[in-house]
Design a protein around this ligand. Structure first.
Ligand code: F6P
Length: 323
């Protein structure tokens, strides 16, 4: 390992995810262990452009491993799409003496990091922080496990009332372009139908599944927000207009992004935070560090958006057979 890195920066960017704090803590404490100073960049790329950079150490990362959100805050910076803003950000990092960065976020975060690496003399390693689990280069993203458990708990509650009243419920879960959350919680909650962007949603089959519920009528339909037929309200409209079926719509929304991270997310975030520091010390840059089959895996940033994380076939089959 090379020892010429004396100062590293860490930031969170894009949608927050439970476990980001555990990731920050691991980065900071591993850096300290290696005699490296750690700096936190506030609000991701927005703070980098403004030079909003603070020194963080043991005290700042105490008592955060189990907290949701991100102590460093986050943003989706449109400004950072411009090379001028990236040059200003780099100058701020240089002024602070920061030679390397760890970026926790999703593919938008890594697009920004890749551009910064290409244009300026800075090393960056990414850790996968998004509830959507849609990143190529890791089996699971930090925050996903917590999000699916939060969603499952909410859906179990809806199932109770749906059963009492004999109602059809359409529940929308997050996952902008990916159906991982929908598919996992749909199977886990015994949904009668799961609509995801990766497969064609067939409303005739959905109608048959509702009929199959017979007398009890309770039907749980899970819709991933990126489904090609539209969102939960659109699907409710289709059911009403085509089959005269009325339904109740629940959008779980940002509830899925908050809350204390699960044990799995805390451990994943901690491992990848530590290994990201070692990867930087090993000279790695412009890449994501993830876990594939429990092994560490480095993937060039570019591949994280150019290649697609595939929805698990076995879950698609399982959901169809058990519905
Ligand atoms: O990328 C994570 C995510 O939670 C998506 O599932 C969702 O579509 C999006 O962020 C919502 O973003 P925002 O909080 O900016 O509305």
């Amino acid at each position: 390992m090379s020892n010429n890195i004396k100062k590293i920066g860490v930031y969170t960017s894009g949608g927050d995810a439970p476990g980001m704090n555990a990731n920050i803590r691991a980065v900071v404490r591993t850096a300290m262990n290696e005699g490296i100073e750690a700096y936190g960049i506030i609000s991701g790329y927005s703070g980098m452009i403004k030079g909003d950079i603070i020194r963080i150490g043991r005290k700042e990362t105490a008592n955060i491993i189990g907290r949701g959100g991100t102590i460093l805050k986050t943003s989706r910076s449109k400004e950072f799409h411009h090379s001028g803003a990236r040059a200003a950000a780099f100058q701020n990092l240089k002024d602070a003496g920061i030679q390397a960065l760890i970026a926790c976020g999703g593919d938008g975060t890594f697009r920004g990091a890749h551009a910064l690496c290409e244009e300026h003399d800075i090393q960056i390693v990414g850790t996968p922080g998004t509830i959507d689990n849609d990143l190529y280069g890791t089996d699971f993203t930090i925050g996903y496990d917590t999000a699916i458990n939060t969603a499952a708990e909410a859906i179990d509650r809806i199932r109770d009332t749906a059963g009492s009243h004999g109602r059809v419920f359409i529940i929308e879960v997050m996952g902008r372009h990916a159906g991982f959350i929908a598919m996992d919680v749909g199977v886990a909650c015994g949904a009668e139908f799961i609509a995801v962007p990766e497969t064609i949603t067939n409303v005739d089959i959905l109608y048959q599944r509702i009929l199959k519920q017979g007398e009890q009528k309770r039907t749980i339909i899970i819709v991933g927000e990126g489904d090609e037929l539209g969102n939960a309200n659109d699907l409710a409209g289709i059911l009403h207009d085509r089959f005269e079926i009325s339904s109740k719509v629940t959008i779980l929304g940002h509830i899925q992004r908050g809350g204390n991270p699960s044990v799995r997310d805390r451990v994943l975030a901690s491992r990848l935070g530590m290994e990201a520091v070692y990867a930087l010390l090993d000279g790695k840059t412009d890449c994501l560090i993830g876990e594939v089959n429990n092994e560490l895996c480095l993937t060039p940033f570019k591949e994280t958006w150019e290649k697609k994380s595939k929805l698990w076939d076995h879950l698609i089959k399982l959901s169809d057979i058990l519905a």
